[in-house]
Design a binder for this molecule. Structure first.
Ligand code: GLV
Length: 335
């Protein structure tokens, strides 16, 4: 019998085609995520769940899915999955590291440049008929990027890719991480700084940490007040890494100059949220990895990971390798 996979929502076709070669696919071909009830109903007799970052895969879901062997998420972040519980139950978790790195790094830079040079505000001013004077010495002044200091918080794959791009802008790069990376300091010409020092010295601060209990609220009032009044914050990681209320005040009261944000504490952000009233913020709706190529690669990579586990092989995108000690690959092999 073929393994049964529940795919929670519409994904690029390549992922579905690959799954169908080896599995019975229960494909919920809809853009919005399933309701909690729908999710709980659908997982009862599945061997694998193919989900996205919007579905909370917690104890309740895993306990309901008695035959579950593998969870594949079309995201690099796994904060929506109770990974410890999965591991304790012998459930493999696969995700999408690596394939989205450069695309997210491009997006962080797009936000950085757009915020520094007020691109969205300028575009809006033309559309609103506000461009009356052909050129003015003081019109829409922004901040230079070239030659400034970039502070990267979290120097994993994406943080490193962002830092690498800074060379072209002749920037000094500081980084902070819980693990000091002397290899990267040499390779990328970057310098380690304690968090407070990085915040005080950087003209641009960009966040690339996973959301964990340790990073939740990492940037709050105290940290925002340490930043330069001319500094810009970029967040393409997870909204909850920043205290959004404090950030809103920082932007309203000029503790910092601007922010480029792809992620929010609650997504979608409410249209009434005060952040939407501010001109010094550039907002995008969690599209860091949203390029045609990358989303296709992500869709395929998750499918490959799920199939590998069900073939009894170790996938290179396995997030919880300790799971093998709890339930061996031979025990989950079905294909
Ligand atoms: C997106 O936020 C991801 O985790 O891939």
């Amino acid at each position: 019998m073929k393994p049964k996979v529940y795919v929670t929502r519409k994904i690029p076709e390549v992922g579905i085609e690959l799954l169908k070669k080896f599995c019975d696919v229960d494909y919920r071909d809809e853009v919005p995520p399933p309701s909690r009830e729908e999710l709980l109903d659908a997982v009862e007799d599945v061997d694998a769940i193919y989900c996205t970052l919007n579905e909370k895969i917690d104890e309740e879901v895993m306990d309901k899915a008695g035959k579950l062997k593998v969870i594949g998420t079309m995201s690099v972040g796994v904060d929506h999955i109770d990974v410890d519980h999965a591991t304790s139950k012998g459930i493999y978790v696969v995700h999408t590291p690596g394939v989205l790195t450069e695309t997210v790094a491009d997006h962080a830079w797009a936000l950085l440049l757009a915020t520094a040079r007020r691109i969205v505000e300028a575009d809006r001013s033309i559309r609103n008929g506000e461009w009356k004077i052909p050129w003015a010495p003081t019109m829409l002044l922004g901040y230079d990027v070239y030659g400034k200091t970039l502070g990267v918080i979290g120097i994993g794959r994406i943080g490193s890719a962002v830092a690498r791009r800074a060379k072209g802008f002749n920037m000094k790069v500081l980084y902070y991480d819980i693990v000091r990376r002397e290899d990267l300091e040499k390779e990328l010409g970057i310098k380690y700084a304690e968090l407070d020092e990085l915040l005080r010295e950087s003209d641009f601060v960009t966040l690339h940490v996973p959301l964990t209990p340790e990073t939740k609220g990492l940037i709050k009032e105290r940290e925002l007040k340490l930043m330069k009044r001319t500094a810009i914050l970029v967040n393409t990681s997870r909204g909850a890494v920043v205290d959004q209320k404090a950030l809103t005040r920082a932007l309203q009261e000029g503790w910092i100059a601007g922010a480029g944000l792809d992620v929010f504490e609650k997504e979608p952000i409410s249209v009434d949220d005060p952040l939407l009233k501010l001109d010094n913020v550039v907002l995008t709706p969690h599209i860091g990895s949203a390029s045609h190529d990358t989303r296709n690669k992500m869709a395929e990579y998750v499918a490959e990971g799920i199939i590998k586990v069900l073939k009894g092989e170790k996938p290179d995108n396995l997030f919880n390798p300790d799971v093998i000690k709890v339930r061996s690959l031979d025990e989950v092999k079905m294909i």
